[in-house]
Design a protein around this ligand. Structure first.
Ligand SMILES: Cc1cc2nc3c(=O)[nH]c(=O)nc-3n(C[C@H](O)[C@H](O)[C@H](O)COP(=O)(O)OP(=O)(O)OC[C@H]3O[C@@H](n4cnc5c(N)ncnc54)[C@H](O)[C@@H]3O)c2cc1C
Length: 498
């Protein structure tokens, strides 16, 4: 074992899970090394150039995965310091209290979590402080109990969005402020663009690099090693401990050893690392590593009113949860509705290549852009596997009828609110942005790879703290739950394993 042999804790991945865990453990004084395969996202003009981002795929990885039918595709899975959170919409929702219990959906009942909402609440509060969430209590009928208010007031609606809020209220809905991790003044100072899906060159987004990692690296005992891609875990001779991690840096293979190893490479790549590390897969007594892959059912819903003008820049400040707990008519839940970041002509052009950009700019000027999000239910046949060097993602989408019903409810209300044309388009496997569930926690090692504190049932010094640990996908954005769980695990490690 070489240069890193003295690390107490080795973390693979500097995204939402890894960076937040490091922040939670930094003050213990433990020697923490983070291996990150990406580099810091450079501050260039492309960061705010919609044509570069959406039309030319400037930031997409040079990586190909295959789907269940063997068809190759380029996934929107980003490898930079801070991970996918560099691109995120910074919506920092708590799961609803009901999400931790079994929920009866039209297509089946979810398993629930091995603990309830009250268990995670203190760490949600700490995660909201770390990520400086802007929000308001009281407006959302599904908001779970908060022990403290949001640390900052909500990001203001732009005038065109305040008007959209009124229109949606008039048709009986309850639009509420989206909880957001963004300093909108700082963001707009760099350039007047939305932040959703635009990379953050450290200009106002509260992401894993600017918050979690920045906090961790302010301690001398934490080291970040970039361009370091973990390849596999190395086991002790008796197979009970992880001795280290083999990783590639500058084309050279190295080994890092540590007392505790934490995977935080994202829900696809943490499963890949475990599966590549032994014939049967490490931490895989249950056979469940890579299974239960979930990714929300998402559709962009564009509401056009030729008489109205939407001159907003960022747009993304509203959420509607009227169909979250039931379908509004006493039937099963449908999901969350929230605004997308502003969809401009150049963004539309990435999908509608044959339409002149001037026409798309006209549509955009008269449109308000929504996102409909429905739960994807855990299914063991929906899975990540490895085929030599290739990653196979066989996503079996579930709960689709509920998603179509959500889009249909939204369409009805938008028409009633005076938008005569409503267009909808679903996101497909090329957008695994809300990936989760592949290395789940559970109370029984026979059916889940991790215990409720994210420790591998099979290996006492192995933890996983990214989106792969989520028992269910719920129907709200995952990052705050990943962060809260990472802080909870950090406290557990500090108390019991150092
Ligand atoms: C465009 C977009 C918009 C989104 N919007 C939202 C939103 O508004 N709200 C929300 O809650 N969520 C949003 N998400 C999802 C959110 O970003 C993820 O849920 C969150 O980042 C997951 O955290 P993670 O720790 O699991 O993975 P990540 O944050 O992706 O971190 C994984 C890290 O591991 C590194 N890594 C991977 N493999 C290796 C390896 N072998 N060796 C070393 N390092 C490795 C990666 O480079 C990365 O830095 C969005 C995602 C995208 C792409």
């Amino acid at each position: 074992m070489n240069e890193n042999a003295n690390a107490d804790i080795l973390i693979v991945g500097s995204g939402m899970g890894g960076a937040t865990l490091a922040a939670g453990l930094a003050s213990t004084g433990a020697r923490i090394v983070i291996l990150e395969r990406g580099e810091q996202l450079p501050d260039t003009s492309e960061t705010r150039d919609a044509r570069a981002i959406f039309q030319r795929g400037f930031y997409r990885p040079a990586e190909t995965w295959i789907d269940g039918a063997g068809t190759a595709f380029n996934p929107g899975n980003y490898y930079y310091v801070g991970g996918n959170s560099k691109f995120y919409g910074a919506v920092l929702f708590r799961y609803r209290a009901q999400d931790f219990r079994p929920i009866a959906h039209a297509e089946g009942t979810t398993s629930g979590w091995p603990f309830d909402y009250a268990e995670l609440e203190p760490w949600y509060t700490r995660a909201e402080a770390l990520y400086q969430v802007r929000g308001a209590l009281g407006g959302d009928p599904t908001e779970p109990p908060h022990s403290t208010p949001y640390p900052f007031p909500p990001v203001p609606d732009e005038p065109a969005i305040a008007a959209a809020r009124q229109r949606m209220t008039r048709v009986g809905l309850h639009p509420a402020a989206l909880p957001l991790g963004v300093d909108v003044g700082a963001w707009l100072k760099r350039a007047a663009t939305p932040w959703d899906a635009y990379p953050d060159a450290r200009s106002g987004k509260m992401d894993a690099e600017t918050c979690g990692l920045a906090s961790a690296l302010s301690h001398a005992n934490v080291t970040l090693r970039t361009g370091a891609q973990a390849r596999r875990l190395l086991m002790s001779p008796d197979g009970r401990q992880i001795e280290g991690v083999e990783y590639l840096v500058g084309g050279e293979t190295r080994v890092a050893a540590a007392k505790i190893v934490v995977l935080a490479a994202g829900a696809v790549n943490s499963a890949v690392l475990l599966l590549r590390s032994s014939e049967r897969g490490v931490a895989n007594r249950s056979g469940m590593v890579g299974r239960h892959f979930m990714n929300h059912n998402l559709s962009a819903v564009i509401a056009i009113d030729p008489r109205a003008v939407n001159d907003s820049v960022y747009q993304k400040t509203l959420s509607i949860n009227d169909f979250y707990l039931d379908d509004g008519r006493g039937g099963p839940p449908l999901g969350n509705i929230q605004l997308l970041g502003r969809v401009t002509g150049p963004v539309l052009k990435s999908d509608l290549k044959w339409v002149p950009e001037a026409a798309l700019n006209w549509i955009s000027r008269h449109a308000v852009d929504w996102l409909a999000m429905s739960e994807d239910l855990p299914n063991p046949d929906s899975r990540v596997t490895v085929d030599g060097e290739r990653i196979r993602l066989d996503w079996k989408r579930s709960n689709w009828a509920a998603h179509l019903a959500l889009v249909s409810r939204l369409r009805e209300r938008l028409r009633a609110a005076g938008y005569p044309v409503v267009l909808a388009r679903a996101f497909d496997r090329r957008t695994p942005s809300h990936q989760c569930g592949t290395v789940r926690i559970g109370s029984d090692g026979a059916v889940a790879p991790l215990d409720p504190f994210c420790r591998a049932w099979d290996h006492r010094n192995l933890f996983v703290v990214d989106a792969s640990v989520l028992s269910t996908s719920a129907a709200v954005n995952p990052a705050l739950t990943v962060a809260a769980q990472a802080l909870r695990v950090a406290d557990h490690i500090a108390r019991n394993h150092l």
